[in-house]
Design a protein around this ligand. Structure first.
Ligand SMILES: C[S@@+](CC[C@H](N)C(=O)[O-])C[C@H]1O[C@@H](n2cnc3c(N)ncnc32)[C@H](O)[C@@H]1O
Length: 542
């Protein structure tokens, strides 16, 4: 055997490339971090364990300086560094907040403070912190409507709700902003604009830690639990880690204690909560790979599509589901359909006579033992899972780093897991094939989105199963979980009508951050795992 081609060398190479991929680049020398360190030191905080760094998979985060033991306090940020509603009340805004009626929400107080301090620029005592905050965010609320339109239906609905909430937040705050005019020489409309408030809202939403404070008369009844924690808020999320994080009343510091050990020069993570990728994208603007909470949301259209179209009771059943609030948040996860989805399907699969004699005494959609497995439940749930599996795999081919330019890299050399036959060229895309009215995407089910593949999105188009055509190839020397290659035809859309993210939408303005619009990028693992147990999906041996 040739040197370096054996199993051991392969494993060694894989380990090496893995450690290379997760290695961070020290950023502590950057002027903004030097300023921040000085600012923190003035407030009695000095970090001995962590340094800011940039990581290939997760972007900016914190890296361990030394190895960290399980149970060790990795960061202990004094109260004087926290930005809370107390900070606002103590500031020049305090008197205005205190006298405003009806009382302001704690969230609005924090957002107002952030916008005002950002506007103050060099005059702000919080400048070193404000300087390291992202200039733009990738949560759906910040996306152009055309981009939101491309999201899968359940996420699209949530993204729109979120946008409406933030718009209402802005509209209802304008009178208060006007009351602040005496504090500024410029017109407050220019300072407290929608985009400024949106930036502040995203800052609080994506970065605040939980610190409970008692209710105060100057604030409305909404819980006052958000605090911005400079520097500590550089910690990224991993669904797999366990940490203990809380404000310590004795030391008067916000402390984070690791739940597991961490090697020197590795990225240190915390866990933002047991969130699925839809929630992560909505609230934080990213999705997590290998997320154990990943799931695929099933919309009403998909539900109905896999049930017999001849069911005369369908409208009645849908209205029962709506009454019980069972039409939303139906998911497929690692273990298959969630309890809510299964309950919904059980009801939808009842035959007319079964529905007629079904009694639901506690109004909680419970079924007696004889109705637990309606006849067509299995024949509904598995094809639906299969269809979602393909949809999820196709969905994983999505927006990727929008780093200034979103033109694709050559599919054959980069991101070998997606081979595209593109008909016509979308703006900025190479016209490699004669025009056709069909886009054909070859998807390796279960494969992660390659780091440097340029992504395109295909939401809302029809997909179907197809036979394996192309052999599976690993990308970037990494062996992914590869099952059979599936093929999905996305019909009826001339390729040049598919939007090219960034070029048309201005998405590239979100900056150099990796942006995966697809919540399915990681969710595909969840559904394939379930499907593996339920379908004979051949695991392809390399
Ligand atoms: C509390 S901040 C963490 C620090 C942040 N990376 C920064 O540079 O300021 C939360 C934001 O970090 C990003 N983030 C956190 N965990 C991530 C992860 N596992 N992968 C990608 N981005 C992540 C998301 O943009 C999220 O909104």
């Amino acid at each position: 055997m040739k040197k370096g081609r054996g199993r051991t060398s392969r494993i060694r190479r894989r380990k090496l490339s893995k450690s290379f991929e997760s290695r961070g680049v020290n950023e502590s020398y950057k002027p903004e971090f030097i300023q921040l360190r000085k600012w923190l030191k003035d407030r009695k905080f000095e970090d001995t364990n962590l340094i800011p760094a940039s990581f290939p998979g997760t972007g900016r985060g914190l890296m361990s300086k030394t190895s960290l033991r399980e149970g060790q306090v990795i960061i202990s940020l004094p109260e004087s560094c926290l930005l809370t509603t107390d900070t606002v009340i103590r500031s020049y805004l305090g008197a205005y907040v205190a006298k405003w009626r009806p009382p302001l929400s704690p969230l609005l107080a924090l957002c107002t403070f952030l916008v005002a301090e950002k506007h103050a620029g060099d005059r702000s005592p919080w400048k070193p912190y404000l300087e390291i905050l992202p200039k733009a965010y990738t949560c759906p609320v910040c996306l152009e409507p055309e981009v939101v339109n491309l999201l899968p239906q359940p996420l699209k609905a949530k993204a729109r709700e979120q946008r409406i909430r933030v718009q209402e937040f802005f509209t209802s705050s304008r009178d208060f902003f006007s009351s602040l005019q005496p504090l500024f020489s410029e017109a407050v409309e220019g300072i407290f604009s929608y985009s400024a408030l949106l930036w502040a809202w995203c800052t609080v939403n994506t970065r605040a830690v939980y610190v409970k404070r008692g209710q105060r008369q100057c604030f409305s009844a909404e819980p006052d639990t958000c605090a911005l924690a400079p520097y500590l808020d550089l910690l990224n999320h991993s669904p797999g880690v366990q940490v203990k994080a809380a404000f310590n009343e004795e030391t008067r510091c916000y402390e984070i204690r690791t739940g597991s050990s961490c090697r020197r020069h590795e990225e240190v993570f915390i866990c933002y909560g047991p969130h699925d990728n839809q929630r992560l994208l909505l609230e934080y603007g990213f999705v997590a790979a290998r997320n154990p909470h990943a799931c695929v949301y099933v919309s009403q259209d998909i539900l109905v599509k896999y049930l017999p179209s001849t069911d005369k009771q369908m409208n009645k059943k849908i209205s029962i589901l709506k009454d019980h609030d069972f039409i939303e948040n139906l998911t497929f996860g690692w273990d298959g359909p969630s309890w809510r989805l299964l309950t919904t399907l059980k009801l939808l699969c009842l035959e007319a006579e079964e529905l007629a004699c079904w009694q639901d005494p506690d109004e909680a959609l419970t079924f007696p033992p004889e109705l637990q497995e309606p006849r067509n439940l299995q024949t509904t749930v598995y094809p639906m899972g299969a269809a979602l599996l393909v949809a999820a795999a196709v969905g994983s081919i999505l927006l990727k780093p929008v780093q200034g330019d979103c033109r694709p890299t050559a599919p054959a050399t980069r991101g070998a897991c997606q081979k595209r036959r593109l008909s016509g060229a979308a703006p900025g895309w190479p016209n490699r094939n004669p025009p056709r009215d069909e886009v054909c995407v070859h998807v390796e089910v279960g494969q992660a989105v390659p780091q440097n593949a340029s992504m395109w999105h295909f939401w809302g188009l029809r997909s179907c199963w197809g036979p394996a055509r192309h052999p599976v190839r690993a990308t970037h020397g990494r062996v992914h979980r590869c099952w059979q290659v599936k093929e999905a035809w996305l019909m009826g859309q001339p390729a040049n009508s598919l939007p090219c993210p960034g070029a048309q939408t201005g998405l590239s303005s979100v900056g150099s951050k990796y942006f995966r619009c697809s919540i399915f990028a990681a969710d595909v693992f969840a559904i394939t795992n379930w499907a593996r147990g339920n379908f004979a999906i051949k695991k392809k041996r390399r």
